[in-house]
Design a protein around this ligand. Structure first.
Ligand code: AQP
Length: 333
């Protein structure tokens, strides 16, 4: 089946193993399937929902594109661009924000997590972020959205918004309802310091994540220091319950190797964590070090990245400008 793929990554620095295993690895697979049309967006408008240093933001845009290419996305085959270059994203987001309901947005758990206790001081952009995300997806008649498990709720909201727009304006299936593509078995990579928290770019401890720019020594050191529990390695899948750190490391090893959790649990049943960590380090270094080296090399070729972004923006603009024109007509502008 021909799939139209859209997904985005925020240029907020410190791209990590969670971003890779939860999303980017899947982008590469979809990019490599001949029949797919893929759009991979550096979502800089999303990034500014929390304060960004403008100079760093620019660097992070380059780094995100470099990460896409270093991971294996082919810019000749997939469209790579940054969101702020195509104004239809913001225009569509405004129109959809008049369709989306406050009650729907109030249920979004990511806003609650990111805004924390001080909701009153969070930006309006952080609150309405999922509406912009819906605009991103719907502008490209996307059929499938590869995302990490943490984005599932936003994707459901996107479908609700699309459906309501189609109904309100009586326009059949003008907006296609996109399907999420989420890793089946182990879809959320957790912090190396706390197995109950998502691995995240903004976590202050660098030891909590493996950055895609880490070198061999850093990777080995972080895995060595990763939190475990005092018991031997689990001997069954049930044994993973209530052992979040063990589950996380086993999940990372399985995801990196494309193994099932069951296979990994069997392989290391009752072994001690220190032996497992050595093997996990080797796999991590084998998979991540080449990406890290390529990112660093690409960051010295900014003209090449500028060219990718400029060509990608033109192609994206071509698709999005047609859709926004139709959206405006439907709304009555
Ligand atoms: N820990 C994770 N496990 C699996 N997937 C993850 N993703 C992020 N963290 C994990 C997926 O990576 C894609 C890009 O994420 P993003 O850059 O748009 O933003 P995010 O989800 O807010 O990422 P972070 O790292 O958690 O950033 P901060 O710290 O700023 O909140 C998405 O598909 C996401 O699901």
């Amino acid at each position: 089946m021909r799939k139209k793929i859209f997904s985005g990554v925020q240029p907020t620095g410190n791209l990590h193993l969670g971003n890779y295993l939860g999303a980017i690895k899947n982008f590469v697979k979809l990019n490599n399937e001949d029949q797919n049309e893929c759009v991979f967006c550096v979502v800089d408008l999303h990034a500014i929902t929390v304060a960004q240093d403008p100079k760093k933001l620019k660097e992070n845009i380059y780094e995100t594109v470099a990460t896409f290419i270093a991971s294996g996305i082919n810019p000749e085959k997939s469209i790579i661009f940054n969101q702020s270059k195509v104004s239809a994203h913001s225009e569509t987001a405004w129109i959809l924000s008049c369709v989306a309901r406050m009650g729907w947005l109030n249920r979004m758990t990511q806003f609650k997590e990111k805004a924390g206790k001080d909701k009153e001081k969070a930006s309006i952009g952080l609150y309405s972020y999922p509406v912009l995300m819906a605009a991103d997806i719907l502008l490209y008649d996307t059929t499938h959205v590869p995302v990490g498990d943490d984005q599932k709720q936003h994707l459901e909201l996107c479908r609700d918004i699309a459906q309501k727009f189609n109904n309100d304006f009586n326009v059949g299936d003008f907006f296609k309802l996109p399907e999420p593509l989420i890793q089946k078995e182990f879809s959320r990579i957790m912090s190396l310091r706390d197995g109950t928290k998502k691995m995240s770019k903004s976590e202050s401890s660098d030891l909590s994540r493996i950055n895609l720019t880490d070198d061999k020594d850093q990777i080995v050191n972080k895995i060595k220091k990763a939190k475990t529990d005092p018991l031997p390695m689990p001997s069954s899948l049930e044994d993973l319950n209530n052992r979040p750190e063990a589950k996380n490391l086993i999940g990372i090893y399985s995801s990196l190797n494309d193994f099932t959790l069951e296979k990994t649990v069997k392989e290391f049943s009752e072994k001690n964590f220190s032996d497992f960590k050595k093997i996990l380090s080797d796999v991590c270094v084998e998979k991540i070090e080449p990406i890290s080296n390529k990112i660093k090399k690409l960051l010295n070729e900014k003209n090449y990245i500028d060219k990718i972004l400029s060509e990608g923006s033109k192609k994206a603009e071509d698709i999005a400008s047609k859709k926004i024109k139709n959206i405006k007509e439907i709304v009555g502008f």
